[in-house]
Design a protein around this ligand. Structure first.
Ligand code: FEO
Length: 384
């Protein structure tokens, strides 16, 4: 596939995968992108997942059409992109491997060698000329690992952006970009908002006409749309006005309260209300929704002197990704000593700029007139 006159797509689609990075469901599979730049010198941008080495080498050979690569640029050492470096090195023994110093340390750890006789170590600001194409390396630490470099081709104004601007989903399945890009970003890179902000600032100084990420489609039009979403996500601002209600329920009483609150919010004119049963939904989708909307309600039971496990896991996912700048409502259920509100507040104590909507709601086993009145008051507070 041609990205442009000199740049070819040589990546692969994975429909065999059960869990990406060992935890994320990917109903539409996954793409591991790799690119080939054909110039006086030939550069390959990253490799692919271990299960697709042969397919990738065949894609490369087909597009090389008898030529020999001069360079393999390794932007990111996570194995979904680095697994076939040694296969490449064996197939083209003259080719040099270009990467950051941190990436070569990781190569030694993964493969037992840092390719000392054929490596080119690059850092922020370094360039590599392929002839017509000039590659500029941009350090992008923690997007999403510390060794990451982006590569900017100033000739064709292409940014090779490593994991940034990637999404879940193979490229032979049509789907909206934002939904699976958001779930990917929040889940995988969400903790590193400050580092993403830093690299977005560097990107703002470049004239970018094409983004070639390591997952998801090549982006060629309306790049402001994608850059704006990355700016919102990495600065922890809500993307949309709306309320996400996350609940756990053992016998259905907490669920009933969550559903009643949703109805009250809709009746109150709340623009968007989303419900997630944390025991049954995709946890990554629920985490994505929490970051997407401006308000969050957590409803759970007191359990073993703590809170129900799925809620505990959910809040942990939020706090480790710096959940902040939102309004949060709390609902607790307990048949003899409810304490979920206190525990949830404690778990969110270090989160910055959270406003707790009052009142929090206390249910003693099942909704009654008193707890329904509290629910109504919480709905009013959230609609305001
Ligand atoms: Fe797609 Fe961080 O690897």
């Amino acid at each position: 596939m041609h990205v442009n006159k000199d740049i070819r797509y040589v990546g692969v689609n994975d429909h065999q995968i059960d869990l990406f990075e060992g935890q994320y469901i990917v109903p539409n599979g996954m793409a591991y992108n790799s690119y080939l730049i054909l110039d006086e010198k030939v550069a390959v941008m990253d490799s692919v997942d271990a299960n697709f080495g042969e397919e990738w080498l065949n894609n490369l050979r087909a597009e090389l059409n008898g030529r020999t690569p001069d360079y393999l640029v390794v932007q990111h050492m996570e194995p979904d992109h680095s697994a076939n470096i040694m296969q490449f090195a064996a197939a083209w023994p003259q080719a040099k491997v270009v990467a950051s110093a941190a990436a070569f340390t990781m190569m030694k750890n993964f493969f037992g060698t840092d390719l000392a006789d054929r490596r080119v170590v690059v850092k922020e600001g370094d360039t590599l000329s392929l002839g017509r194409h000039q590659l500029h390396f941009v350090a992008a630490p923690m997007v999403h690992w510390p060794e990451v470099i982006f590569t900017y081709d100033s000739t064709d104004k292409v940014l090779f952006s490593a994991d940034a601007f990637g999404k879940f989903g193979a490229l032979d399945v049509e789907e909206e970009w934002a939904c699976e890009a958001r779930r990917y970003y929040i889940g995988i890179v969400g903790k590193y908002g400050a580092q993403v902000q830093a690299v977005l600032k560097k990107a703002a100084a470049l004239d970018i006409q094409t983004i070639c990420p390591l997952h998801g489609p090549v982006l060629t039009e309306n790049l402001g749309y994608y850059l704006n979403l990355y700016d919102i996500w990495s600065s922890y601002r809500p993307e949309e006005e709306g309320v996400m209600i996350a609940y756990t329920s053992i016998y259905g009483n907490t669920q009933k309260a969550a559903e009643q609150l949703a109805q009250m919010l809709k009746a109150g004119g709340c623009p968007k209300v989303v419900l997630n049963d944390l025991a049954r939904c995709d946890m990554a989708e629920a985490v994505e929704d929490a970051f997407r909307y401006s308000k969050l309600v957590l409803a759970t039971t007191t359990y073993n002197g703590d809170i129900f496990p799925f809620m505990k896991e959910f809040i942990h996912h939020l706090t480790e990704r710096n959940y902040s700048n939102r309004t949060v409502g709390l609902i607790e259920n307990g048949s003899w000593a409810p304490q979920a509100v206190r525990i949830m507040k404690g778990m969110l104590e270090k989160s910055k700029n959270l406003t707790f909507a009052e009142p929090s709601v206390r249910i003693m086993s099942a909704l009654n007139a008193d707890s329904e009145a509290q629910l109504n008051a919480l709905a009013d507070a959230l609609c305001r």
